[in-house]
Design a protein around this ligand. Structure first.
Ligand code: NDP
Length: 334
C-alpha cells in the first residue's frame, strides 16, 4: 500500500468496483489524483471493471463495508483524501424488496457514518453522495428539480430519500461541503448483467449470433432517462470542484420507453425486435412505473454540465462492446 504523498491529491471512492466507481477512478487518475477505493471484498474477481479499463494496478483497494464507523474514521485519517465519492450500496430497486434492511444500511446508514467521519476529520474532505431519481416516485406530472416533492415508493427509494435529506441536514447544520447528485439511469458496458438494459443488449447479441431464439421481457412501456455513465462521473467531480456545495439533477432530460431501448439494441445487430421479443408476465413489476421528466436547466446553467450521449448512441456503444467481448471469448475458447 503506497502512503499518501504531499504532492498528489487523494480521492477516495466508496464502491470503486461498481460501474460508476470504475469510470470515476479512470477520470480522477486522468486528472492526476491518487485514487483509493473501498470494496467489501478486494478479491480479484471483484476488480473486473477496473481491469477492463486497464486501471486495476493504478488504484489502491481498501477492504471496507461502510457498516461501521471506526474503520471509516481510520481510513480517512490515514489517507487524508481531498474528496470522497460515496457510490457504494445495494443499487437494485428489485432486490431492495427482498433485502430492505441491507438496502437501507448500505445506502442511508453508510451515508450518515461517512458524514460523521467527515465532520470529525482533522481536514474535512468534500463529499459527493450518489442519489437516485427514485426519490421522486412515479406520480409527478411536472419536471422535477432537487426541490420537488419526494415520494419514495420502494425500499431503495426510501433509503436514497433518507440519505438525500441527511446530506442536506449536515450541510445546513455543520457547514460541510457535502452534496448529492440525483442520478437518473445511466448505463455502459460495465453495467452488471442483472439490470434489464444489459439483459437486452446480451439477448440481442446472442440472438444475432444464433445462440438464442427469443428474449423474454416484462413491461416495455415504462419510461426512463438513460445516459452514458462515463459522462456522469465527470459531473460528480465537477460538483466537488465548485465554490459552494449544492445538489444537482444528473440526467439527459430526454426520457424514452423501454421499447425504444429494445428497438435500438436489435437495430444495432440488424434485427427487428418484434420478431424476437416475447412479453413474459413474470418480469412485469407492478410498482415499476415511469420516472418523471428531469429538469436539467439548473445543471446546465449552474454546474455547466450537459449529457451529450443520447439513447441510440448509448445503445450502439453497449452493443458494440458486447459483440467485441463475445468475439474475444470465442477467440480464447478456440
Ligand atoms: P453498482 O451496483 O455497479 O456498484 C455499487 C457498488 O457498491 C458495488 O460495486 C459494490 O462494491 C458495492 N455494494 C453493492 N451492494 C452493497 C451492499 N449491500 N453494501 C455495501 N456495498 C455494496 O452501482 P453503480 O455504479 O451503477 O451506481 C453507483 C451509485 O449510483 C449507487 O449508489 C447507485 O444506487 C446510484 N445510482 C445509479 C444509477 C445507475 O443508473 N447506474 C441510477 C441512480 C442511482 P463491492 O462489491 O466491491 O463492495
Amino acid at each position: 500500500m503506497s502512503a499518501p504523498s504531499n504532492q498528489r491529491r487523494t480521492a477516495l471512492i466508496c464502491g470503486i468496483t461498481g460501474q460508476d466507481g470504475c469510470y470515476l477512478a479512470a477520470h480522477l487518475l486522468g486528472l492526476g489524483y491518487r485514487v483509493v477505493g473501498t470494496s467489501r471484498d478486494a478479491a480479484p474477481a471483484r476488480l473486473g471493471g477496473l481491469r477492463q479499463l486497464g486501471i486495476d494496478q493504478r488504484v489502491v483497494i481498501e477492504p471496507a463495508s461502510l457498516a461501521e464507523a471506526e474503520p471509516l474514521v481510520t481510513l480517512i485519517e490515514r489517507e487524508r483524501p481531498e474528496t470522497i465519492y460515496h457510490l457504494a450500496g445495494q443499487s437494485s430497486v428489485a432486490a431492495s424488496f427482498d433485502q430492505p434492511a441491507e438496502t437501507f444500511e448500505s445506502i442511508a446508514t453508510s451515508t450518515l457514518l461517512l458524514l460523521e467521519a467527515v465532520r470529525t476529520a482533522t481536514n474535512p474532505p468534500r463529499l459527493f453522495v450518489a442519489g437516485s431519481s427514485e426519490i421522486f416516485g412515479t406520480r409527478q406530472t411536472a419536471p422535477v428539480t432537487c426541490r420537488s416533492r419526494l415520494d419514495p415508493q420502494n425500499p431503495y427509494a426510501l433509503a436514497k430519500t433518507t440519505a438525500f435529506r441527511i446530506v442536506q441536514q449536515y450541510r445546513r447544520e455543520h457547514g460541510l461541503f457535502a452534496c448529492t447528485g440525483v442520478l437518473f439511469n445511466h448505463d455502459s458496458p460495465l453495467r452488471p448483467a442483472r439490470f434489464v438494459t444489459q439483459k437486452i443488449v446480451a439477448g440481442a447479441c446472442a440472438i444475432a449470433a444464433g445462440h438464442q431464439q427469443e428474449l423474454r421481457l416484462g413491461d416495455l412501456s415504462m419510461q426512463r432517462d438513460w445516459g452514458w455513465a462515463p459522462e456522469y462521473v465527470v459531473a460528480m467531480q465537477q460538483m466537488l470542484s465548485r465554490d459552494t456545495p449544492e445538489d444537482f439533477i444528473l440526467a439527459t432530460g430526454r426520457p424514452h420507453r423501454l421499447e425504444e431501448f429494445v428497438a435500438a439494441a436489435f437495430a444495432a445487430v440488424g434485427l427487428d425486435w418484434r420478431d424476437h421479443v416475447v412479453r413474459d408476465e413474470r418480469f412485469v413489476r407492478p410498482r415499476d412505473g415511469s420516472h418523471p421528466l428531469a429538469s436539467v436547466t439548473e445543471t446546465t446553467e449552474r454546474l455547466g454540465w450537459t449529457a451529450t450521449v443520447q439513447l441510440p448512441e448509448l445503445v450502439r456503444r453497449m452493443v458494440a462492446a458486447r459483440q467485441s467481448d463475445d468475439a474475444t471469448s470465442l477467440t480464447r475458447a478456440a
